[in-house]
Design a protein around this ligand. Sequence first.
Ligand SMILES: NC(=O)c1ccc[n+]([C@@H]2O[C@H](COP(=O)([O-])OP(=O)(O)OC[C@H]3O[C@@H](n4cnc5c(N)ncnc54)[C@H](O)[C@@H]3O)[C@@H](O)[C@H]2O)c1
Ligand SMILES: O=C(O)[C@H](O)[C@H](O)COP(=O)(O)O
Length: 380
Amino acid sequence: MRILADENIPLIDEFFADLGTIERRPGRQLCRDDLLHTDVLLVRSVTRVDQSLLEGTPVKFVATATIGTDHIDTDYLTANNIGFASSPGCNAQAVVDYVLSALSVLTDTRGQTFTDLSVGIVGVGNVGGLLRQRLETMGVTVMAVDPFKQPEDVGELVSLQQALQADVVTLHTPLTLDGPHPTHHLIGAEQLAAMRPDACLINTCRGGVVDGQALKAHLNDHGDFEAVLDVWEHEPYLDLALMQRALIATPHIAGYSLDGKMRGTEMIYHAVSEFLGLPVRCKLAQFLPEPGIKRVNFSDNIPVHQALRTAIRASYEIRVDDGVMRAAMRRSEDQRATFDQLRRDYPLRRDIPVLKVGVPARCLDLGKALEAAGFDVRVK
Ligand SMILES: NC(=O)c1ccc[n+]([C@@H]2O[C@H](COP(=O)([O-])OP(=O)(O)OC[C@H]3O[C@@H](n4cnc5c(N)ncnc54)[C@H](O)[C@@H]3O)[C@@H](O)[C@H]2O)c1
Ligand SMILES: O=C(O)[C@H](O)[C@H](O)COP(=O)(O)O
């Protein structure tokens, strides 16, 4: 068995070494010639997998260690009897953490608390569904839209027009170009104009879901409008003027927690094992390290919103990623190389539920609020 893997997929040896020989390549440069002796191809989102990559190769199975699948021509795989698996939900928690950290910065800059906000969630799948659950338990008003879901499965749904009325609109759809509800440029000039002049748009799904030119113009015309952008229309190239005007700008790392990335590898390992008719031979828990910060303790005189902010940012401080990207892009002579390097060298980050939070026994409300945000609360 010959396996070729993107060099940025973690734990490849740990999960796949007993299956055969493993080769690694930078995902963005992977080409057909690399695959002339490959049986199983393991990719991330930066490799376009289609006829031009696979035709004439012996590849029998393709797996992507990502949630998104817009880089895969699944029709071609099906038509050519090539097996396929993705990693649905693997890094959903990390994206939710990213949004919570962004909201904590937004409310901070505006002197608000989480419960002052209404949040429109566009796409109520793995990420949007978990986000909805967290925000609603935290007491935030949510307006969710998803034309492919039923309210009995995901809770109350509204139209996109209604969701655009929220203080914050956060996007969690796949990038789709066809079908009954395509998402390419789902948010353009018309939708931005329908939003509140002081709203905040968060995009962590795919750059192409937002019309970047329209967003830049809207931001320039509306001084109180904010944008939090993790994904960009022409990645790995960025519109620097859009980046400068964004409240927070990051290099497509919303899902980049260690837990999320490693869970992605575990999911493709399960899929490859099943394809080969093999039993599951190892588990992610064997390889996950202990968290760096193990515990944050609160005393009883801290307001709930402050404790939430502190705990969220102890787990994941989005402003650091924003600062690092702005500094790197300012110095950069090669945007593409810088964008990829920021992603490749991304520092270790753990999911919110990994952080234990200590609260005094008499602070029931504090404990409940932290639990609602996903923390592992221990009563002192
Ligand atoms: N920035 C990152 O690091 C990162 C990490 C994970 C996922 N993502 C992106 O986020 C996307 C969503 O992730 P997920 O795990 O929730 O996917 P998912 O497939 O579980 O959910 C997507 C939801 O969007 C809905 N949807 C589709 N078209 C829609 C439309 N026109 N309007 C409203 N809703 C629509 C679907 O019905 C589905 O419920 C992924 O496709 C991926 O591209 C980005
Ligand atoms: O779709 C996903 O899972 C995310 O966008 C993922 O984090 C992308 O990471 P990449 O494959 O580009 O390293």
